[in-house]
Design a protein around this ligand. Structure first.
Ligand code: S3P
Length: 446
């Protein structure tokens, strides 16, 4: 039988603790935006700390095919020769966004303002995810986008359509939708305003301002005016708090841990995981707070301390939206019950993270009850067992951390997509003390 060499399992031995100082790779959300705005700017943009993971590389490859010259990545450095807002050229075929929802949704906004056609596609997971949340408001701006039945990718975007600014109230709190509309707004006649029902990550707004394009904010509204220009410059990307979150949880739950996560992006729209863990009793200290390129950064020092279950405040959900796989593992190792509500969005991430996490926790003997919009978890001590990550990077990394507190070895299947957001995860986690081995399909067939 042919084997897929890209198929990777994790084997985690129980016990151990996490210590030392580590720097996780660059922020995925900021890396995407750095490439996009750098490409659309006048002049050169120099980026450091770029995430060389498959998702951000998919964005980079797309812009190269749209006629943008980029040197790198070389140890996280890029030199992007901006072509200006109107300098992109047609790609010679469909652009494949792989597993990356951010690439697809933000590029849809940006590409419907061009004078050429583009088709965007992606892997099986991405082609199942909802895209009508961007294509419908973009259509209200005058865009012409054909989707597959059910509003999914592939998306065929017709160029040469004049766009007009709108005022749009998002039904879900989504930074990707907000960003797609603001990017389209750069090409629209008049002003484009987006209202968010709860605060979501504001990297697009901050970076546009850094490129000389002011984004007005009025309460929960953000607005841009079309017809301006962006000015390239230097961008230093901090470490991704969403990647740091796995080690943060690991160090909270594994007795004897004492870990410093260096240079972590601490944008207040991203730090929900720190707040949730603190509510659960975690010992987390932020040191050397500083601001770099318009984004707050700091070193996160965490020491193990027993956690207790909590009812997670719904206001924290969008501020920790990517961190729930890790938070669920923390809850599984805490004393008492943790209740999450108001998190239906987890069902449309790279996998259905409510269903897949509940199944995985149950496979480890933890009582986890999935709810339509969240989960109820009775904390305890995970047993060993086998988990299917369903090709979801964050599910794989979250369950790797469960090994620190489990009674037996944990095998996690299908971890190749960890490379989308955290290349080098296995090595870095090992260097901090996790007993993790990788096994490819080839190893298994030897
Ligand atoms: C992202 C926004 C979030 C998040 C995703 C990255 C971004 O998605 O889950 O990983 O970079 O804008 P939604 O906007 O769909 O909530």
């Amino acid at each position: 039988m042919p084997v897929d060499p890209a198929y990777v399992d994790y084997l985690v031995q129980p016990g151990g603790s996490l210590s030392g100082r580590v720097r996780v790779p660059g922020d995925k959300s900021i890396s995407h935006r750095a490439v996009m705005l750098g490409a659309l700017a006048e002049g050169e943009t120099r980026v450091s700390g770029f995430l060389e993971g498959a998702d951000a590389l998919a964005t980079l490859a797309a812009f190269r095919r749209l006629g943008v010259t980029v040197e790198g990545p070389d140890h996280g450095r890029l030199r992007i020769r901006g072509v200006g807002l109107h300098g992109l050229t047609a790609a010679d075929g469909p652009l494949d966004m792989g597993n990356s929802g951010t690439s697809m949704r933000l590029l849809t906004g940006l590409l419907c303002g061009q004078d050429f056609d583009t088709t965007l596609t992606g892997d099986d997971s991405l082609r199942r995810r909802p895209m009508a949340r961007v294509t419908e408001p973009l259509a209200a701006m005058g865009a012409h986008i054909e989707t597959a039945p059910g509003g999914t990718a592939p998306l065929a975007i017709r160029g040469g359509q004049p766009l007009r600014g709108i005022r749009y109230e998002m039904p879900v709190a989504s930074a990707q939708v907000k960003s797609a509309l603001l990017l389209a707004g750069l090409y629209a006649d008049g002003e484009t305003w987006v209202h968010e029902p709860a605060p979501t990550r504001d990297h697009t707004e901050r970076m546009l301002a850094g490129f000389g394009m002011p984004v007005e904010r009025a309460g929960a509204w953000s607005g841009v005016r079309g017809g301006g220009t962006l000015q390239g410059g230097a961008i230093d990307i901090p470490a991704d708090i969403s990647s740091a979150a796995f080690l943060l949880v690991g160090a909270c739950i594994a007795e004897g841990s004492d870990l410093v996560l260096e240079h972590v992006g601490l944008n207040p729209t991203r730090t929900g995981v720190v707040e949730i863990l603190e509510l659960m009793g975690a010992d987390i200290e932020i040191r050397h707070r500083r601001e770099i390129g318009g984004e707050p950064v700091g070193d996160v020092h965490v020491r193990a301390r027993p956690l207790h279950g909590v009812t997670i405040p719904e206001r924290l959900v969008p501020l920790a939206i990517d961190e729930f796989p890790a938070v669920f593992v923390a809850a599984a190792c805490a004393r008492g019950r943790t209740v999450l509500t108001g998190a239906r969005e987890l069902r449309v991430k790279e996998s259905d993270r409510i269903a897949v996490m509940a199944q995985g926790l149950q496979a480890l003997g933890i009582q986890a009850e999935p709810r339509e919009d969240g989960m109820v978890i009775e904390g305890g001590r995970p047993a060993g067992g086998t988990i299917d990550s369903h090709g979801d990077h964050r599910i794989a990394m979250a369950f790797a951390m469960a090994g620190l507190q489990s009674d037996g070895p944990i095998t996690i299947r299908d971890c190749r997509n960890v490379d989308t957001s955290f290349p080098g995860f296995a090595e870095l986690a090992r260097s901090a003390g996790l007993e993790l081995q990788t096994r490819t399909a080839e190893d298994a067939h030897e």
